[in-house]
Write a protein that binds this ligand. Structure first.
Ligand code: ADP
Ligand code: MG
Length: 224
């Protein structure tokens, strides 16, 4: 059974139709990347899949008892609030020390527990967010532009890490990315979104698809 299945979903923000007729499935253990221009509804799609935005048509089915680890695109932390990475893992609920350390370890953030969140570099911050998302052993990790602000080598390394976590935890991964070139090599499947699903398939199939080329040009590094 699929972990999540969207069937012909529409989402509106006021008069604006953000998603229309979107259908997709996420299967256990696969890494799926959603790509698309700014404003194409990628973040809205993730939020619809977790049930955080109302649908105006269609439906989303989630496997019974499905555990989702979600990292939103933007996470604001009050800069005046002292908060170590370790303490951040305790929000909203305290986690046992061994679990916290294991999560930091597998996210490549082993030495960062005592650091203030505000003092972390972009890459370190993302690794701590990733660590928190893996607490509670999710069946599905959802990451909304986790490599935003990282350079290409940094983004590549981050995707390798996500693959490693998928292999270790056996979870599926659904992420949104603009790093089309790096994403291609790190995904089992790519979904190209522009309000609707323009094309989807293996990275090779999508990068050759006319709809994809129309949106992104022929070069795969042409992130908008
Ligand atoms: P993406 O993640 O692909 O950049 P979003 O899903 O964030 O796209 O947004 C898709 C469209 O929906 C955009 O035009 C955006 O302005 C609009 N939108 C998103 N969230 C809201 C909201 N809460 N209220 C009104 N409009 C929104
Ligand atoms: Mg977005």
């Amino acid at each position: 059974m699929s972990l999540v299945a969207a069937e012909g979903i529409d989402v509106r923000h006021g008069r604006l139709r953000v998603l229309h007729g979107v259908s997709l499935r996420i299967e256990p253990g696969e890494i799926v990347t959603v790509v698309g221009p700014n404003g194409s509804g990628k973040s809205t799609l993730l939020r619809a899949l977790i049930g955080a935005v109302p649908l105006s048509a269609g439906r989303v089915r989630r496997a019974p008892g499905l555990r989702i680890g979600y990292v939103p695109q933007r996470l604001h932390i009050d800069p005046t609030l002292p908060l170590t990475a370790r303490r951040f893992l305790d929000l909203p609920a305290r986690v046992p020390e061994a679990e916290a350390q294991a999560a930091l370890d597998r996210a490549g953030a082993a030495g960062l527990g005592g650091r203030q969140m505000q003092s972390l570099s972009g890459g370190q911050f993302q690794r701590v967010l990733l660590a928190r998302a893996t607490l509670g052993r999710p069946d599905l990790l959802m990451l909304d532009e986790p490599t935003q602000g990282l350079d290409q080598p940094g983004a590549s390394a981050f995707y390798r890490r996500i693959e490693g976590i998928r292999d270790r935890l056996g979870c599926a991964v659904l992420m949104v990315s603009h790093d089309l070139h790096v994403v291609m090599s790190a995904s089992d499947r790519v979904i190209c979104l522009n309000g609707h699903v323009c094309c989807e398939g293996t990275p090779a199939v999508v990068s050759a698809a006319p709809a994809y080329r129309e949106l992104f040009g022929t070069g795969t590094a042409g992130a908008p």
